[in-house]
Design a binder for this molecule. Structure first.
Ligand code: URA
Length: 208
């Protein structure tokens, strides 16, 4: 089974508190999502394989290491877009794919409306960005799509995770890790995470 990482870092807890607060402005919300994404990426890249290399410092030759794999980040539209800048802050060379999926409000199942990802996913590390792992159906569909296109090493990064979402991803894929800033215990009848932070897309784009 893939790993489930939930951050215990005080900085992350503080930022999650601010994200949950309904009085947090759109501007702050967007900045916070980006910061949380950056901090989670730091954790999620901890075990990336490296290769040894040598560089010349101004003083002497230094034996160093650098990340071995190419990295692709795939935000799930639209809320995943808010995480891209934060991830790019520490992985500036990462390529960006996009997957457009929305949840059918009746069935809560994902419907694809846009997909464009880099070729040759086989030898890359792929990070799927989805701030709210609620039912997990959207993340599941995105990972499935990426695996169909050759991706072998996929990790899901989300801001909040709920048990249903974790179960969906872990039961469908035994090799996909999940990194989250916090874990909430339930969903409401509309599939929203409780207590959650509301509709992440609406809050970051000011559409409600
Ligand atoms: N998507 C959101 O934006 N919020 C939730 O709580 C669940 C899914």
């Amino acid at each position: 089974m893939g790993k489930l990482f939930i951050s215990e870092h005080p900085l992350m807890k503080h930022k999650i508190t601010m994200l949950r607060d309904k009085n947090t402005s759109t501007k702050e919300f967007k900045e916070l999502i980006s910061e949380v994404a950056m901090l989670l990426t730091y954790e999620a890249t901890r075990e990336l394989p490296t290769v040894e290399t040598t560089v010349q410092t101004p003083i002497a030759e230094a034996k160093c290491s650098k990340i071995k794999q190419d990295i692709v980040i795939v935000p799930i539209l639209r809320a995943g877009l808010g995480m891209v800048d934060g991830v790019h802050n520490i992985l500036p060379a990462a390529k960006v794919g996009h997957i457009g999926l929305y949840r059918d409000p009746e069935t809560l199942t994902p419907v694809e409306y846009y997909c464009k990802v880099p070729k040759d996913l086989e030898n890359t590390k792929v990070f799927v960005l989805d701030p709210m792992l609620a039912t997990g159906k959207t993340a599941e569909a995105a990972v499935e799509f990426l695996k169909e296109r050759g991706a072998k090493d996929v990790t899901v990064i989300c801001v909040l995770a709920a048990p249903d979402g974790v179960k969906t991803v872990q039961s469908t894929f035994e090799d996909v890790d999940i990194y989250a800033a916090a874990y909430d215990t339930m969903l409401n009848e509309k599939g929203y995470i409780v207590p959650g932070l509301g509709d992440a897309g609406d809050r970051m784009f000011g559409t409600k």
